[in-house]
Write a protein that binds this ligand. Sequence first.
Ligand code: PLP
Length: 409
Amino acid sequence: MTQMPTVTRQDFDSVMVPNYNPAAVIPVRGQGSRVWDQDNREYVDLAGGIAVSVLGHCHPAMVQALQAQSERLWHLSNVMTNEPAIRLAQKLVAATFADRVYFCNSGAEANEAAFKLARRYASDHFGPDKHEIISFQQAFHGRTLFTVSVGGQPKYTEGFGPVPQGLHHIPYNDLDALKAVIGERTCAVVMEPMQGEGGIVPANEAFIQGVRALCDEHNALLIFDEVQTGMGRTGHLYAYQAYDVVPDILSSAKGLGGGFPVGAMLTSEKVAASFVVGTHGSTYGGNPLACSVAEAVLDQVNTPTLLDGVRERSEWLRSRLEAIAADTGAFKEIRGMGLLIGAEVAEPFAGQARDFLNAALEAGVMVLVAGPNVVRFAPALNIPQADLELGLQRFAEGVKKVVGQAAAA
Ligand SMILES: *Cc1c(COP(=O)(O)O)cnc(C)c1O
């Protein structure tokens, strides 16, 4: 099924804004955890479109849901509601702590809604002085001006100021740092239960429980950004379910649509009440196509078989990566939860995570990085064992090449 390339990677540079630097190859189709490029070269996908493609590419249940809805109704507006949106909201409410759902189209939008709601709720109940948001260094919450300012990577706001005010950034997994800044002006603390873009850094349990207690003490809302950790990624539908801690607001996107753009903000009835008619909105939020696909994804993911399978695959993947680390000396730590795993490069390879990604792609496997020092794996949650094995075999080849080149130099 070779295709004549009508466009090339070079064309990208002449028509696109230069904010990305994509790989040299252009994938044209995918099936399950395999992807083919313009030259019909095949890759094992251990990246999952950055933790998005939870069911792999073109899963039949998703294709069926999209096709069926595409012949029924594409779009209304928020002047009307629609059946798929209500059904998806019912299922999310049934499966989580939440009583209420707000739909949008991306992770940044889900967080934008969460931060605005937290401020509005505090303003309603405690007055406008209670507007400060505390977040964590290295955190990632999206690229809108508000979300990127709450995020903890200063390079992402460079040159975009003035940024929104009333934001504090403190070290992650450091309860004393939180104690020092939280107070009566704090309206919310926002955290990823495991930092994704920041390098695959899980929260320790005492920390996450301590954050909840401090929020309660100071009437601050706890927001969990589960855009990356949600939809089964950690072996639980949402990562909070692995801890004994319930947030007030949770944001979900990435895996929620399994590749179709959709985001959601989940919250309690009490907090939701502050988003009265007219306070917030989105043209496409709750789009019937998006919600139909997400409903199919949720039906597939939220099953014991799939979630148990994530934990089994996780153990296998981690032990294989430990073996590669021991064999090559390329990595000093393997960490993560479920099928969101990071391999931190050893000292001689500091800053070179991307070299491993490039070598892996050469060898026929797609992986990710999370910052300059961590190679990240976020495969489909249903990836067949054979694909996982082939992917890791190819990854090992790539690693050996990088390590060999370093030795020769
Ligand atoms: C990817 C990500 C976002 C942003 O999601 P977009 O859909 O790109 O806007 C926000 N938070 C976390 C934790 C993410 O991983």
